[in-house]
Write a protein that binds this ligand. Structure first.
Ligand code: FMN
Length: 169
C-alpha cells in the first residue's frame, strides 16, 4: 500500500521517529513517502497516513493540527494512525498526550494513537524555549525508545496485511 508519513517536528527528534516507522513499513513491502505536513499537496496517491507531532506546551505543533484540519475529508476516507512525542512524565500516559488529541483523533478517524518519549537538548533550543522549559522537570537527553517505535510500526504493518489479504480474497 502507499503510505504517507508526515510529521511536525521542531528540532528533528519526532521526524526521526517518523522515519523509523517508515523503515519498518518499507520492510513490510509498502511504498513509503515522507513529507512535512505543510508540503503535502495531495493525498490522491496515498492509501495510509501516519501523522505525528512533537508536543509543545501540551499541544501538537500547528503544522500537524493544520494538516488534520485541511485534509480532514481525505483522511476520513483513508487508514490513519497518529502519534505524539514529548517528555512530560507526570503521570506518564496522560501528560504527554496533547489536550486536543481526542478531538483530533475523531476528526481524522484515526485507528490508533501512541505517545513516545522524545529528546531534549537544551543547547539546540531557542532562548524562549529554554525559558519555557526552565521550570519543567523534563530531563535532558534522548529518551526515544526506537524498539517501542518499531513494535508499533510492526503492529500497523500487521493490520495492513489483514486489509491486503481481505482485498485480494
Ligand atoms: C519549550 C518546550 C516545551 C515543551 N512542552 C512539552 C509538553 O507540553 N509536553 C511534552 O510531553 N513535552 C514537551 N516538550 C518536550 C518535546 O516535546 C520533546 O523535546 C520532543 O522530543 C521535541 O521534538 P522535536 O525535536 O521533534 O521538536 C517541550 C519541549 C520544549 C523545548
Amino acid at each position: 500500500m502507499r503510505v504517507l508519513i508526515t510529521v511536525a517536528s521542531r528540532h528533528g527528534a519526532t521526524a526521526e521517529i517518523g522515519s523509523a516507522i517508515g523503515r519498518v513499513l518499507t520492510e513490510a513491502g509498502h511504498q513509503v513517502v515522507e513529507s512535512a505536513p505543510e508540503e503535502v499537496t495531495s493525498l490522491d496517491d496515498v492509501d495510509v497516513v501516519v501523522l505525528g507531532s512533537a508536543v509543545y506546551t501540551a499541544h501538537w505543533l500547528p503544522a500537524a493540527r493544520e494538516f488534520a484540519r485541511q485534509w480532514q475529508d481525505e483522511l476520513l476516507a483513508r487508514r490513519v494512525w497518529v502519534f505524539s512525542s514529548g517528555l512530560a512524565t507526570q503521570p506518564a500516559a496522560s501528560a504527554n498526550s496533547p489536550h486536543e488529541l481526542l478531538a483530533l483523533r475523531e476528526r481524522v478517524g484515526a485507528l490508533g494513537h501512541r505517545s513516545f518519549a522524545g529528546r531534549l537538548q537544551r543547547s539546540e533550543l531557542a532562548f524562549a524555549e529554554r525559558a519555557l522549559i526552565a521550570g519543567a522537570r523534563a530531563k535532558e537527553g534522548d529518551h526515544r525508545d526506537f524498539e517501542a517505535v518499531a513494535a508499533w510500526a510492526r503492529d500497523i504493518a500487521g493490520q495492513l496485511a489483514v486489509v491486503r489479504e481481505q482485498t485480494v480474497a
